[in-house]
Design a binder for this molecule. Sequence first.
Ligand SMILES: Cc1cc2nc3c(=O)[nH]c(=O)nc-3n(C[C@H](O)[C@H](O)[C@H](O)COP(=O)(O)OP(=O)(O)OC[C@H]3O[C@@H](n4cnc5c(N)ncnc54)[C@H](O)[C@@H]3O)c2cc1C
Length: 494
Amino acid sequence: MLPKSDSYDVIVIGGGVAGLTAAAILAHYGARTVVYERHNVPGGCASFYQRDGYRFDVGATLVGGFGLRGVHRSLNAELDIDVSARAIEPSMVIHLPDDTVVRYGDERWAPERRRAFGEAAEPFWQRQERIAELAWDLSTRFPALPVDAFGVRTLARAVRPRHLPLVATLGRTVDAILPRGADRRLRTFIDAQLLITAQCDARRADLAYGCTALDLAREGTFHLADGTSTIATALARAIRRAGSRIAYGTAVASIGTQRGRACGVRLDDGTFVAARAVVAAIPAQNVVRLCPDVGPFYRARLAALPQRWGAAALFCGLPPGVVPSGTASHHQVVASYDEPLGEGITAFVSFSDEGETRRARRGGRAVTITTHTDVARWERAHRDGRTDALRAEYRRLLGSALERIVPGAFARAEIVEFADPHTYERYTGRLRGLVGGAAQTPAVATLGALSHRTPVRGLYACGDTTFPGQSTVGVSLSARTAAYAVLGRLGFRP
Ligand SMILES: Cc1cc2nc3c(=O)[nH]c(=O)nc-3n(C[C@H](O)[C@H](O)[C@H](O)COP(=O)(O)OP(=O)(O)OC[C@H]3O[C@@H](n4cnc5c(N)ncnc54)[C@H](O)[C@@H]3O)c2cc1C
C-alpha cells in the first residue's frame, strides 16, 4: 500500500493500452507517474489469461499499428521499446454464407475483390482507398479532435492542402459511396467489416472513419509473439524502466478536485494520493462515476454517444493436429444474410500460430471467438433469470463459427470457456460491460467525440470512448494526445 505522503506529477487511472501508452510517454519525458490498475495484469481489453497451458487473448486479437506509419511502431521508436512484429498475410478471411473472401493487404486484394464483388463495385473500392489514404496521412500528423481552442491549433498544424478533399466527407456515411442497389453480398461484407472497426454498419458509419477502417489490411496486420497482450507488457516494462510505477490490484475510488482542478485520487482502501494532473484511461462512463465534478454538460455529451455493444466470447484450447497447417490467423464468420449482424450471427475467430508453444504449451492452438452483443439483452436476461439459457445459445453460435472454419474442431476442444458482458465488467471494470467505445457515426467521429480534455482542469481522458475511438491503435492515438497535453501543461519538454 502507498504511504499517504506519496505524490506524483501524474496519476494514470487504468492500465489498459491507453493508460500504459500515456504513462510510458509521460515517464519517458521525465514526469513522475504512477498507473493504478485494478486487475493484477496489464492490458484491459487487450490483455490475456492463462489456463492449462493455453494463453488466450481476452478481447483484441487483430493487431494493426506496426506498419510504416503505424502508431505502435512510431511510439515504440520514440520510447525505445522493442517489440518484434511480423506482418501477416492474408489479414483475415471472411466467411460469407455463400462465399469466402480473402482479405489480402497486398496486390492480391484487387483481383480477389473483383472476383467476389464484380467490376461494378470497383469505383467504391477505389474511392474507399483514396479517402483512407488521406485520412491515414492526416492521422500520422496527430490532429487533436474534436476541435476546441487547443484542437484548432494542433489541427491547423496537422492539416495540409492535400487533406482538403476530406472536407467533402464531413457529415456523410460509407453508404454514400456504395454503388446504388449494391448486392447483399457486398453490403453484408462491408457492414460486417465496419461492425468490428466502427461499431456500426455502412448506413451509420462516418465516411472517412469507415474508409480508414476498411483499409486496415492494406496498412498491415501483425503477429506478436505473445499475442495482443505483448503491446501492454512491453509498455509496462518501459514504464518501470523509466523509473515510474504500476500499482496492480489497486482500484481508484474517486478523483479528488480542489477549486475545480484535479489534485489526486482516492484509492479503494481510502488512501489519498496527490498529483499535479490525472489521466483517466478508463471509459467516460467510469470517469463520470469517479468524478461527479465533470458536470452536466459532459454527462449530456456522454449520454448522446451511441453505445450499446458488449462482447460475448468463447475461448477454446485445441490440441495439436486439429487445425490444419496454413489456416489463416483471423477469420470473420457471417452466418446469415437475413439476420441483423452481431449477436452470434457474425463472429471473429483468431487462432494462435502453429507451433507457437508460448500460447499453447503442447503445440496446439489457443482460439478466441468473439461477437458483438447488446448489453441490454444480457441485463434483461439477468432480470428474468434467463442468463444460463442465453449463455448456452451464444456458446452454440460461437462454436458453430469455429466449425465453419475447421469442421469438427469444437467437439475436440480440451478447454472451452465462455465470457459475457458481465465477465468483461468484472475483469475490466467497464460499466455494464460496454466495450469498443461509441459507434463512429458522422456526429461522433468528428465534432461529437469526447476529447482528451475534460471540464475539470488537470483531468485528462483517453481510451476508446474518447477521440478517435476503439482499437489498440485508436486508444494509443488518444493516449498520445492526452500525454502530450499533460507534458505541455506541466512544463516537461517532449
Ligand atoms: C471482445 C473484443 C474484441 C476486440 N478486438 C479488437 C481487435 O481485434 N483489435 C483491436 O485493435 N482492438 C480490439 N478491441 C478493442 C480494444 O481492445 C480496445 O479498444 C482497447 O484495448 C481499449 O483500451 P483502453 O485502455 O481504452 O481500455 P481498457 O482496455 O478497458 O482498459 C482500462 C483499464 O482500466 C482498469 N480500470 C478500470 N477502472 C479502474 C479503476 N477505477 N481503478 C483502476 N483501474 C481501473 C481496467 O481494469 C482496465 O485494465 C476489442 C475489444 C473487445 C472487448
